[in-house]
Write a protein of this length. Structure first.
Length: 117
C-alpha cells in the first residue's frame, strides 16, 4: 500500500469502485470516466508505479503474469472476449499516466477502429 495512492485505496476498499473481477493478486474495476461502453481498469493489488517498475523485479513480473492470466476472465465478464477490445497502458508524463499505480485500460463495447492515438 502506497500512501495517498488512489488505486491502493480502491484495492483496500477505502474508496468504492464497481468491481468487475477480483482474485488474490488482481482487481478489475470500472473507470469513473469511461471513453467507451466498456472501460475497465485492471490493476495488480500490490503497488507498482508503472510498467517499468513492475517489470524490474521477478516478483513484479510474477504479478504482471497474474494480471495477464486474469485478462480472459475479465474479458469474459465484460462480454468482449468475442467482439474484441483494446488494452492500453500509459507510462509516465508524456505517456499520459495520471494515476501512478500501474493499470491497464480495457476498452471496448463499440468498434474502436484502427487508430492508436
Ligand atoms: P491514466 O491516465 O492512464 O493514468 O488513467 C487513469 C484513469 O483512472 C483515468 O481513466 C480515470 O478516469 C481513472 N480514475 C481516476 N480515479 C478513479 C476512480 N476513483 N475510480 C475509477 N477510475 C478512476
Ligand atoms: Zn497504489
Amino acid at each position: 500500500m502506497s500512501q495517498d495512492c488512489i488505486f491502493c485505496k480502491i484495492v483496500s476498499g477505502e474508496i468504492p469502485s464497481k468491481k468487475i473481477f477480483e482474485n488474490e493478486s488482481i482487481l478489475a474495476f470500472e473507470d469513473v470516466n469511461p471513453v467507451a461502453p466498456v472501460h475497465t481498469l485492471v490493476v495488480p493489488k500490490k503497488h507498482y508505479d508503472n510498467i517499468l517498475d513492475i517489470s524490474s523485479s521477478e516478483a513484479g513480473l510474477a504479478d504482471l503474469n497474474q494480471l495477464m492470466a486474469a485478462l480472459p476472465k475479465v474479458a469474459e465478464e465484460l462480454g468482449v472476449e468475442e467482439s474484441g477490445f483494446r488494452l492500453i497502458n500509459n507510462c509516465g508524463e508524456e505517456g499520459g499516466q495520471t494515476v501512478m499505480h500501474i493499470h491497464f485500460h480495457l476498452i471496448g463495447g463499440r468498434n474502436l477502429g484502427p487508430g492508436l492515438i
